[in-house]
Design a protein around this ligand. Sequence first.
Ligand code: TSB
Ligand code: ZN
Length: 641
Amino acid sequence: MIKITFPDNSVREYEATTTAGQIAASISPSLRKKCVAAKLDGETYELNRPIQADAHLELITNDNEAAMPVLNHSTAHLMAQAIKRLYPDAKFGVGPAIEEGFYYDFDTEEKVTDEDLTKIEKMMSNIASEALEITRKEITREEAKALFVNDAYKLELIEAIEEGEMITVYEQGEFADLCAGGHVTNTKEIKFFKLLTVAGAYWRGDSNNKMLTRIYGYAAFSQKDVAAYLEILQERKERDHKKLGKELEIFTLNPLSGLGFPILLPNGATIRKQIARYVTELEEDYGFQHVFTPVIGSVDLYKTSGHWELYKEDNFPPIELDHEALFLRPMSCPHHMLVYGSKMRSYRDLPIRLAEEVIQHRYEASGALTGLERVRAMTLTDAHLFVRPDQIKQEFAHCLKMIHQAVEDFGIEIAYYSLSLRDPEDKEKYHDDDAMWIKAETMLAEVLDENGIDYVPMTGEAAFYGPKLDIQIKTALGHDLTLSTIQLDFLLPQRFELSYIDENGEKVTPVVIHRGFISTYERLLAYLIELYKGAFPMWLAPTQVTIIPVNNNYHSEYVAEIVARLKKHRIRFNLDDREEKLGYKIRESQTKKVPMLIVIGDKEVESKTINVRRYGQDDQQTLALEEFVTTILDEIANKSR
Ligand code: TSB
Ligand code: ZN
């Protein structure tokens, strides 16, 4: 007999080799019906897998989050089986459940495209209705190698399994897969799914390997849930900054400009200018001084800082001219070190906060380049603070406060805070000084605790010079990106032999805080386009008001008066006096997501009023001209959303 403990701590006894499915059925048939899998001492267990020993058991019903990866993983197998039937030469890589749905990587002679997805789905449904039992088998390494003798990728995976680790396969009909589980127990349990896209993926994520075909899919426990997910996907696509950026004429990508070098169009440039003004003013308020430094420096500068060695691969190669070697910078820190070092500093001068809109270049992998989100030429709202050791915490909090101010003003949604730490094993990337790292990491964790920041520790994500706090955002397409960053650095000031004279007349090395304010303009813009779905708030909108006269001849005088008022206050407007139908012009203003649209007709001219239609709202508002202007100015000043 075995003792099974349930989540409510009740204990029941069963025959050894009873399955979780039988246990569920013994409690109630309706519970059994809802069960998808079980957790046995935390490990996912199939409902048809015999339980051999005493354990804690949690039944996973189909309304439980934990059921989704099980179902999706089984659907991945089902898809692989369907592919194998349709493409007998198919060789399979890996096919896991992911945060949303599943994928499977495979290789076929014949190219598989989006057009083939329906065919594969049909075959999946056929196999599902064959009601094949899904069974788990423990096998030896030799058996595994024999079973997958024709599958080079699976053989590689078998090689990678550590000695002594259990090897299992899951079988359903003629199909078997090397897999750790857990799964549903029968293909007929897989009823509602959709194959989404075909993509390419390098075997083991390595670009030196063969590119495999990857199909993404999604399975759920009802047709309604699948449909709801497809709707979310559609919504995300609509939000995608690449799509909106084109439609709203914010930026353009042209191969002649080079991969990863987007061009900001006038609308994008206007938004960027507003952000730049905001950043500059806030920095002035927070006691930063601005500097201008060149985009290129001598190779020696980056050898001194250490960027050279580390970034060789990720950068544009140096330019060699007249015995001089120059380097297109990936970061501005070395230049800011030179600014600090340009004169003697006393302890009374610190903190010194140097800020700049830094133009920098990084040779990002071509596969990683995404619209404005990840580019090769970027402008970072950067700063380096030179502080005394006793000022670290206060200055760190100062930067954090400023970032939080911006987060509020833009309405940014922080996904999470990452405390990015070094990987102590990685001696190549990280400066080898345990004491320094321990000091910096401990101090950073303390500051975060003191400021009540809940963070996720991330090993191996630190900069080469020190640990950092990264503020992470999520893009419409689900990319996890760093927006703001505050980094603690004991290394670069040492490398540049920077110092200040302390109270006792002694030379002391300052500490540097690197502060990436609200990312690069490129990434911020990508994020904001998605956040606002292209409908920028008044203070950022490229065009703030569209003016449409009903009749150019009769209404032009009043329109001229309005225009003069708007110009006086630098309100950005578009006077649409083209000889087009009124309805057409109104619709066009709406597709451009202009926050305010005013139509001027006889009534407005007579009463000297303005009829305002706001983007996304049905009702209209009548305002006196003066009121109209102050409404806009208030919204700009308050950054209303
Ligand atoms: C903060 N030296 C520091 C600086 O002082 C630094 O460069 N840090 S960084 O490497 O983390 O980059 C700063 C920010 O630039 C990142 O947080 C990210 O928001 C943004 N960024 C980095 N790479 C790219 C890229 N390829 N495209 C767009 N933005 C990027
Ligand atoms: Zn820096």
